[in-house]
Design a protein around this ligand. Sequence first.
Ligand SMILES: Nc1ncnc2c1ncn2[C@@H]1O[C@H](COP(=O)(O)OP(=O)(O)O)[C@@H](O)[C@H]1O
Ligand SMILES: [Mg+2]
Length: 443
Amino acid sequence: MTPSEIQSIKQRFGIIGNAPSLNYAIQVAAQVAPTDMTVLITGESGSGKESFSKIIHALSPRKHGQFIAINCGAIPEGTIDSELFGHEKGSFTGAQEARKGYFEVTNGGTIFLDEIGEMPLGTQARLLRVLENGEFIRVGSSKVQKTDVRVVAATNVNLLDAVREGRFREDLYYRLNTVPITVPPLRERGDDIYLLFRKFATDFSDRYRVKPINLTPDAVQELQRFRFPGNIRQLKNVAEQMSVLETDREVDARRLRNYLPADQSSRLPMLVHAAGAATDGAGNAYSERDLLYKVLFDMRRDMTDLKKLVLDLAGGGRPHEAQELLRQNSHLFSSVNVAPYEGGAAARPLRQPSPENGSNEYILHSRDLTVDDSAEYEEEAQRVEDIPHETEEETLSLEAKEKEMIIKALKKHNNKRKYAAHDLGISERTLYRKLKQYDLEQA
Ligand SMILES: Nc1ncnc2c1ncn2[C@@H]1O[C@H](COP(=O)(O)OP(=O)(O)O)[C@@H](O)[C@H]1O
Ligand SMILES: [Mg+2]
C-alpha cells in the first residue's frame, strides 16, 4: 500500500495523525477488508477503535450491506442472546412477538461487536457457532438457520487475561483473533498529540465561535508528556473545556496543567468528562459535591485493594515496600481526607479556587484531589493500624451516597439507564448490577 493510499483513507474516515503505528494499523485494516476474515481490534478506551470497524466494512464487498455496531457491555445479560440471534413468540415472558436478531437482519453485512470481553459465556458459545459455520438458532426455537455475516470485534482489555480467568472462551478468542489490529494509545503517537489538539481546538472554535486556543511551546511539551489514559476522547474533552473556559486564548503550561489530572494513571479523566456534563446547564445538573463523590467511588475500590495490600506487606515484615506503595499512591489516601465521613455535612473543597482561576472550579478541585502531597503519606502510614474499622465506615457512607447519586442520575434522565450510566461514568452493565445491589430495580 502506498503512503498516499493510506492518506486518502485517513481523509475519508476523519483520522488525524501520522504515527507509524497508526499507519500500520490502517494498512492492516485496508488489507484485510476485502476478505471475510474475522478481525479483532485491540486498543485502550478512546483510542479510536470504531473508525477501524468502519474502514473494514466500507472497503469490503459487503459495503452495500448493513453495518451494525453493538456494544456488548451495554446490553443486559438477559436479553443479549435474543438481541443478537432473535427469539420466537412466547419464548420468555414479554416475548409477545417473534423477533429477528441482528445476525439475521445483517445477513450479507458486517456486525461490529464492541467490548466483546463483556459478552456472557452463553452468548460466546452461540457466537462461536455462527462464526464457524454461519449457523444460529433463535431463542426458544429449535430450527437451525443460516446467515452470512462478517464479524469485527473490539476490546479495550487484554482478552487473554479474560481467557485465563475463565471469563472468555479460549476457542472463541483464537477464532476472533485471526487478524489482530492494534490501535496504539495516544501517548505513543508523538507529534500526533499536538496535531490532534490543534484540530480539535479549531473545531471547537468554529462551534463556539471563539478564537482557537493557542498553546505556548512549553504547553506543547507538557501536552506531549501527558499519559492520556483516556486517549483521544480525553484530549478532545480537554480541548473543548479549554475552548470554553479559557479567557486568554494563549495558554501556557501552567494553565494547561489545570486540565490534566496530576495522577496520570488514575481514572480521574472520568471526572474531567463529568465536569463537562455538570456545566452543560441541564436543569438539575450535578453539584460540585456530587462530582467529588463520583471520583471517590472510583477511588474507593482502588483504595480498599491497596489498603489490603499495604497491610499484607506491613504485616509480612516488608514495611519498606508498604511505605513505598503508600508513597506512590498518596493521592488516593489524601483524597480520603475529604471523604464524607461526617455523614451528611457538605464536603468542603480542599482549597478555594484562586480568583484568577474563577471559572475552573471543578477542574481545580479534581486536581486538588490528586495533588501528590508527599507529606500526607507519612501521616497515612501512621494510621495504617486503624484501617479495618475506617474502611468499613467509609464504605457504608459512600454506599449511601452512591445510591443517592444513582437515583439522582436516573431522575435526571427520566429513568433512561443508558444515559444515567453514561453520566455516572459506569457501564450499563455495572449500573444494572448496582440497581440490583441497592434494590433499586423499580426506580
Ligand atoms: N485519529 C483520530 N483522529 C481524529 N479523531 C479521532 C481519532 N481517533 C479517535 N478519534 C475520536 O476520538 C473519539 C474516541 O474514539 P472511539 O473510536 O470512540 O474510541 P474507542 O472506541 O477506541 O473507545 C471519537 O470522537 C473519535 O472520533
Ligand atoms: Mg468505542
